[in-house]
Every structure is written in structure tokens, then in C-alpha cells.
Design a protein around this ligand. Structure first.
Ligand SMILES: Cc1ncc(COP(=O)(O)O)c(C=O)c1O
Length: 398
């Protein structure tokens, strides 16, 4: 495959991109450098674009089935890349992972039941539970300070067991790899989670949307389902959307080996008419899994260099701020507590003084207070500007 130029700056103007156009609403300024919402600034794999153009050339855009070739493409991807084999009938299609979490709350729990999540975590994990009338039960991650001052997060398995033992606890939503702190959970950690859920009869929804975005110097990502037994109450959510930068196409998959659990989920999805999709998401999904591999390999090299660049630059140029190298995802978790600012003031500082638009750590739960989430899925030149602007804003504070 030819070299992909991830340094290329592609303007998102006139594409209605959330990352650009929601800036005024989210930050109160439309000119902040957009390093927030979790999509990337890179062109999707050429093969995906070619397939979409080919489909668009056919001028009838009617209701569309999920062809067998789509299931094969996905199955081949996970078998080859993740050594995980799934059966065709285990798969349910959905219009996204977040709607799937909502659906799972409705299908597998009753109003008032508790659903365990492990903050700091992707905000819709909270809202899916709350908006469906269930209760959030938090098992906060443990943050260990490393020698260089940065943090390494682990699951609190002892507290997880206490949560699981509560009679109202019915489900755990796992983020694997974990947004926003970038952990790729080890096999030992995943096995322990499976064991707890099995013993306390919890449904386990494993959101593995970031499973392909793992750095070469991390241990490998293990699909939870590859470690599970067929009768485990496990729902695996995957999608090509983060991997190949096609989240706007909106299509994901749920893989559920247990037929009873699968039927419950199918019933809820069907009640929303959710299995219906559109010709472009089907085309993009299949093309990405069929042809996107070589592009992804180059992407990961580029992101790893971005990650190492940010780690070095923060250490050299942003005194007091701390960041650790994530094991996976294109998200970095910037510890800004040294600034001693409230969350509102921290946001104000980055937006108004630095002109940088990142996600507020506190939106990932109370333990994210004092942190910011930086999206490194951008050309290096953008990250250079981010560092420069933050450095200048920090100097102006002194
Ligand atoms: C952990 C996680 N799950 C789900 C999503 C979004 O999934 P979808 O767009 O398929 O609803 C994101 C996006 O950032 C995410 O980080």
C-alpha cells in the first residue's frame, strides 16, 4: 500500500463537522483549536472513499439490508486481528455503540436497578444509565502515581466485587480500551472482571469500540469475548467507526453468543426500528473491514509518534502539567491539577487564554476534576500549535 500522508491538513470547513461547528456552543468561542470530540482529522482509507463513491453513483438510496459479505468482512477482521471467532448468528447490527448501551440498559435491567461503571469514563456511560431510569453505581478507577509523576490507572477489583454483590446491581458497562485514560486492560484484569460478573450474575456490556487503536509498545488488546464462556451474559459492542475514522456513518455491531440475551437485545433494538440502516453506512462498514488494515497500520505508527511527541513536549515545555502515554486510543489525559483552578476556571484558562478546545475531565466523572482530555488524532502541526498556545498561556500566568 502506498504511503498515507497523515501530516496533510484537511479543512473540515463546510462539512458541518461537530468538532468545528459546535465550538461556539461548547466553548463560547468558534476559533479554539479543535482537539476535543473523539473523531480524527484524517481522511478515511482510500478504499472506503472509493466504495462510497461507487455506491453514490447508483442513484437509488433505498432501505438497505445487511449483506452476508458485511458479516464475513467483520468476522474475518476479528479472527485475523484479534484471534476471536464469532458466529454469524451472534451478531446484531445497531446504529451506534451509545444507542446500544441505552438498549442494553432497557433489555437487561429494570427501572431502579444499578448499573456499574468505572469513572473517569466516557460521559454517555452515565447518561445511558440515567436516561433509562436506572441508577449509576460507580467503581472509580484507582490512579497510581508513577516515578515520573504521571498516573497509571487500574480497576479496583475488590470494590467492583462489593458493587457486584449488591442485590440491585444488574449490569456492568466496561470500556475496553478505556476512554479517557487510555488503558488497554490486561488479560488478568479482564478475566477477573468476567469472573465477578459470572459469580454475581451481572450482564456485562463490553464497549470495545477502541479495540484496534492499541500501540505497539503496549501489551495486546484481548477481546473479552475471546476469554469468555458461551453462556456468559456478555454483550460485545464493536464498530469500525473509531478505527477507520468513519463515525459519522453511524453503524456498529453487537456480538452476543448467548441466545436468550441476544433475543432480549434484538427485541429492544427492533422496537426502535433500530436495525434499519442506510446504504452508505453498510458500504463504509464493509469496505473498512475488508481493505482498511494497511491504512490502520500506518495510522497507528503516526498516532504513536503523536503520543510520544505530546509526552515529550508536555515534560519539556508545560511545567507542572503531567500526562502519561496511553496504551491505546487517540486520547490523552492531561493532569492540570497543579494549576490549582476550579473546573470552570480550568476550562476558561484553556479556552480564553490558550485558545485550545479540549474536553473537560470532570465531564468524565468527579474523579476527572482538574484534568483535560486531548485528542491527538490530528496532524502533528496541529499538536505543535496546541503545545505552543498552552505554553504561551502558562507563561502569561507567571
Ligand atoms: C468508549 C466509547 N464508546 C462509544 C463511543 C461512540 O460510539 P457511537 O458513535 O457508535 O455511538 C465513543 C466515542 O467517543 C467512545 O469513546
Amino acid at each position: 500500500m502506498s504511503h498515507v500522508d497523515f501530516d496533510q491538513l484537511i479543512s473540515l470547513e463546510n462539512t458541518h463537522a461537530v468538532k468545528l461547528e459546535a465550538r461556539e456552543t461548547v466553548f463560547g468561542r468558534a476559533d479554539v483549536l479543535p482537539v476535543w470530540v473523539a473523531d480524527m482529522d484524517f481522511a478515511a482509507p482510500q478504499a472506503v472513499t472509493d466504495a462510497l463513491i461507487k455506491r453514490a453513483r447508483h442513484p437509488v438510496y433505498g432501505y438497505t439490508m445487511f449483506p452476508d459479505s458485511l458479516y464475513s468482512a467483520m468476522g474475518d477482521w476479528f479472527r485475523q486481528r484479534h484471534q476471536w471467532s464469532m458466529q454469524r448468528e451472534w451478531v446484531l447490527m445497531a446504529p451506534g455503540v451509545v444507542p446500544s448501551i441505552h438498549a442494553a440498559c432497557m433489555a437487561c435491567t429494570n427501572p431502579g436497578d444499578e448499573v456499574i461503571i468505572q469513572p473517569p469514563v466516557y460521559p454517555p456511560f452515565f447518561s445511558s444509565v440515567q436516561q433509562t431510569g436506572r441508577q449509576v453505581l460507580e467503581n472509580p478507577l484507582l490512579a497510581e502515581k508513577q516515578e515520573d509523576g504521571s498516573l497509571y490507572y487500574r480497576m479496583n477489583l475488590a470494590h467492583l466485587e462489593q458493587c457486584a454483590a449488591r442485590p440491585q446491581a444488574k449490569m456492568l458497562v466496561l470500556c475496553s480500551p478505556h476512554n479517557p485514560i487510555g488503558r488497554v486492560w490486561s488479560e488478568a484484569e479482564l478475566t477477573a472482571v468476567l469472573d465477578i460478573c459470572r459469580r454475581y450474575k451481572l450482564v456485562l456490556l463490553s464497549d470495545e469500540i477502541h479495540c484496534d487503536l492499541v500501540f505497539s509498545d503496549s501489551h495486546r488488546h484481548r477481546m473479552l469475548a475471546a476469554l469468555a464462556r458461551p453462556d456468559d451474559q456478555l454483550i460485545t459492542a464493536v464498530a469500525p467507526s473509531k478505527t477507520f475514522n468513519i463515525p459519522g456513518l453511524g453503524l456498529s455491531a453487537l456480538v452476543i453468543a448467548d441466545s436468550g440475551l441476544r433475543q432480549k437485545m434484538a427485541k429492544v433494538l427492533e422496537s426502535f426500528h433500530m436495525p434499519q440502516s442506510n446504504p452508505f453506512s453498510v458500504t463504509g462498514f464493509e469496505a473498512a473491514y475488508c481493505y482498511g488494515g494497511p491504512w490502520l497500520d500506518q495510522l497507528m505508527d503516526y498516532l504513536q509518534a503523536n503520543r510520544d511527541f505530546v509526552v515529550n513536549q508536555v515534560a519539556q515545555r508545560l511545567p507542572g502539567l503531567e500526562v502519561s502515554a496511553p496504551e491505546g486510543t487517540y486520547l490523552m489525559w492531561l493532569d492540570c491539577r497543579v494549576l490549582g483552578l476550579s473546573d470552570a476556571d480550568l476550562k476558561h484558562f484553556f479556552v480564553q487564554q490558550a485558545g485550545v478546545g479540549m474536553n473537560q475531565g470532570v465531564s468524565f466523572g468527579a474523579s476527572g476534576s482538574g484534568f483535560m482530555r486531548l485528542n491527538i488524532g490530528s496532524p502533528r502541526a496541529t499538536l505543535e500549535q496546541v503545545i505552543e498556545r498552552i505554553q504561551a498561556a502558562l507563561s502569561a500566568r507567571e
